[in-house]
Design a protein around this ligand. Structure first.
Ligand code: WT7
Length: 633
């Protein structure tokens, strides 16, 4: 074991050249990638116009490629399109009618396949159904569903008619869901009866019931009933399949402006409530298409599997819009990665001959714990490209992924991006040399750098802030109802987009992401704001004050630790601890529940009363607490 550790350290500083079989197939070579990059940053407008002509179908051409009134920007101004036309109709019209779009599977090994032709028909029927309920262009629709094909249908149907979808991950609590429904003033909520995880049914419908209680503006709740359900519909409720049944399988795609909104997706920030990140149609369609094609090196016969969930941006960009726009076949799998046993994912790869596999470091670390014998039982030789996303991948996990899943015959692409960026920003392409733990280079058209607080580039291998110097096509356009929060991204460091991550850049230009620079915790690749957890904690009747930090965790990357001061008259106890955890689960969802809660008498604060989480964290990890001259006590 110890020997292996040394070996790993050696490998970290080593460059991994792509395997021959990857190079032979690759759509672009490393040299071509560099050449195109050069061109793309010298003339971003020319570059993106060329891609937009080549890769997408437009109903009407744009008048202007980019308009930039700092900090606001538009892409393909005046251009008209419908993203579902690019994702469905054009494939059906051009020989992919019978190509499979999705292969669905679950913990019971059930299998459902839908072709592009069938998917288009489902989307049209559901789109007509939405119209029949009075849903119009610009209306908001909240989707709270399990990972089933019907969720994809619901999202695409919104896009078909120009409604704005806002998907909420089905692990969020009723309160978290309610906040999002209220903020977006959703006219319709689409849900399902349950999802299944580790063999257990998890009720979703009751969560929605609680979330919409008393919200007059929610006109309808559409319920996808699953096999075996016999469910009584209440007032306002409509059955998903019934709604589709009597509708026409044809629905003209709404002619949308390139800058019309496509979706809102809420994500945590360092302060306050989650922000509603808004993406628009044209630039997003183009950027997710181009990155899907080249970063994953997708060929016509490839089978692609992204293990995310549509509740997160990865699901939007790389399970739905990117792969469908490219016309690929995707696997989707409902349920836990290691149930009924830790071979489940590898058996899916073997069964469907998956070529491209995209997952998160937290999952890789989970499988490392189960040991290499599990993947070794399966034939994984179909794999060619492995992807990583959501958090920094530690070199040990990179090597394990490379050796045990890729069998040294695959390229790894470590894609850095965010809900706000819409698509991959820093990565390598499969034909590019890789360095374990380093995401790589900016993608085409992206001017990224690592700078100090004033915006000056730092020396190679020195820690700084990761910034993007110009708007790119899939950049967020605003935060729903809160333009000041949008503007903050572009004026924290003047004139550039500040990502909120710390990074270094080496002599070869490879960027390594070190983690968040702000009060955001990354638990299993999911962003959780310390402020959100703290406000959930203090809303418990026994809690007076709370502070939350992220702690390194073997599998999750980071785990949440909370320090809590109790109100007078309350004593620390195991029962109270459990009750506080339950309370956070109810307020936010299980993702945000602290692993540890410590009852304390005092919290370190500045003289102006701000909690110094940095001091708590240093103490917790036994590190130097640094400058504490502003500490009150
Ligand atoms: C934050 C964004 C992008 C989809 C999933 C998360 C971290 C994401 C990487 C990576 C290091 C990464 C960053 C970023 N992150 N990918 N490959 N290497 N860190 O989206 O919830 O918007 O979170 O995730 O800290 O800022 P998100």
């Amino acid at each position: 074991m110890a020997e292996h550790k040394d070996e790993i350290l050696l490998k970290v500083n080593q460059v991994f050249n792509p395997p021959e079989r990857v190079l032979e197939k690759a759509l672009i070579s490393a040299e071509e990638f560099d050449k195109i990059y050069q061109k793309s940053v010298e003339d971003p407008e020319g570059f993106w116009a060329e891609q937009a002509e080549k890769e997408l179908v437009w109903f009407e051409k744009w008048e202007k490629v980019r308009e930039w009134n700092y900090p606001y920007y538009k892409w393909f101004v005046g251009g008209k399109l419908n993203i579902t036309y690019n994702c469905l109709d054009r494939h059906v019209e051009n020989g992919r009618r019978n190509k499979i779009a999705y292969i669905y599977t679950n913990e019971d090994n059930q299998e459902i396949k839908v072709t592009y032709g069938e998917l288009l028909e489902m989307v049209n029927r559901f789109a007509n159904g939405l119209k029949s309920l009075g849903v119009k262009k610009g209306d908001r629709v909240v989707i709270y569903m399990p990972l089933v094909i019907e969720q994809m249908v619901a999202m695409l149907a919104c896009a078909r008619i120009g409604a704005i979808h806002s998907v909420v991950y089905a692990g969020f609590s009723a309160n978290a869901l309610r906040m999002r429904i209220e903020d977006a003033e959703a006219k319709v909520v689409i849900t399902s009866t349950w999802t299944k995880r580790r063999g257990k049914k998890i009720d979703l419908k009751s969560v929605v019931d609680e979330a919409v209680d008393g919200l007059e503006f929610v006109e309808n709740i559409i319920v996808f009933q699953r096999e075996g359900d016999e469910f009584e519909l209440a007032e306002k409720e409509i059955d998903f399949n019934e709604l589709m049944k009597n509708q026409s399988p044809e629905c003209e795609p709404e002619v949308m402006d390139a800058e019309d909104p496509l979706f809102i997706l809420y994500t945590s920030g360092s302060t306050g409530k989650p922000k509603g990140v808004l993406h628009t149609i044209g630039g997003y369609n183009l950027y997710t298409h181009v990155t899907t094609k080249y970063v994953f090196d997708i060929h016509e016969d490839d089978i692609y599997w992204c293990t995310a969930d549509p509740g997160w941006i990865t699901g939007h960009s790389y399970m739905l819009y990117g792969p469908l726009s490219v016309g690929t076949t995707s696997v989707i799998a409902e349920g836990a990665p290691d149930f009924p046993d830790p071979g489940r994912w590898w058996s899916i790869i073997e069964k469907y001959r998956v070529n491209i596999f995209y997952t998160a470091p937290t999952a890789i670390r989970l499988f490392m714990k189960y040991g290499e014998d599990w993947p070794a039982k399966y034939d994984l030789s179909s794999l060619r490209v492995l992807g990583s996303v959501g958090e920094p991948i530690n070199p040990e996990a990179w090597i394990w992924y490379y050796e045990n899943i890729g069998r040294k015959q695959c390229s790894i692409v470590d894609t850095w991006w965010q809900t706000e960026t819409g698509g991959h920003m820093i990565t390598t392409v499969p034909a590019y040399p890789q360095k374990p733990g380093k995401a790589g280079k900016p993608f085409w058209g992206i001017k990224a750098d690592v700078v100090d607080k004033q915006g000056n580039p730092v020396e190679p291998n020195t820690v700084g802030f990761l910034v993007i110097k110009e708007p790119w096509p899939s950049a967020l356009r605003t935060c729903w109802g809160e333009p000041e929060r949008f503007e903050k991204y572009w004026n924290e460091i003047p004139n550039v987009y500040t990502a909120g991550d710390l990074a270094t850049k080496d002599e070869d230009g490879y960027i390594m992401i070190l983690g968040r620079a702000d009060d955001v915790i990354n638990v299993s690749g999911h962003r959780i704001g310390t402020a959100e957890v703290e406000s959930a904690l203090v809303s418990h009747p026994a809690v007076a004050e709370a502070a939350v930090i992220g702690k390194p965790h073997e599998v999750k990357g980071e785990s949440i630790k909370a320090f809590v001061i109790l109100k007078q008259g309350h004593e620390p106890s195991d029962n109270l601890l459990k009750d506080i955890k339950m309370h956070v689960r109810h307020e936010l969802g299980s993702l945000a529940v602290p692993d540890e809660i410590e009852f304390v008498e005092k919290l370190p604060k500045t003289r102006s009363g701000k909690i110094m989480r940095r001091v708590l964290k240093a103490q917790e990890l036994g590190m130097d607490v640094g400058d504490i001259s502003t500490l009150e006590d």
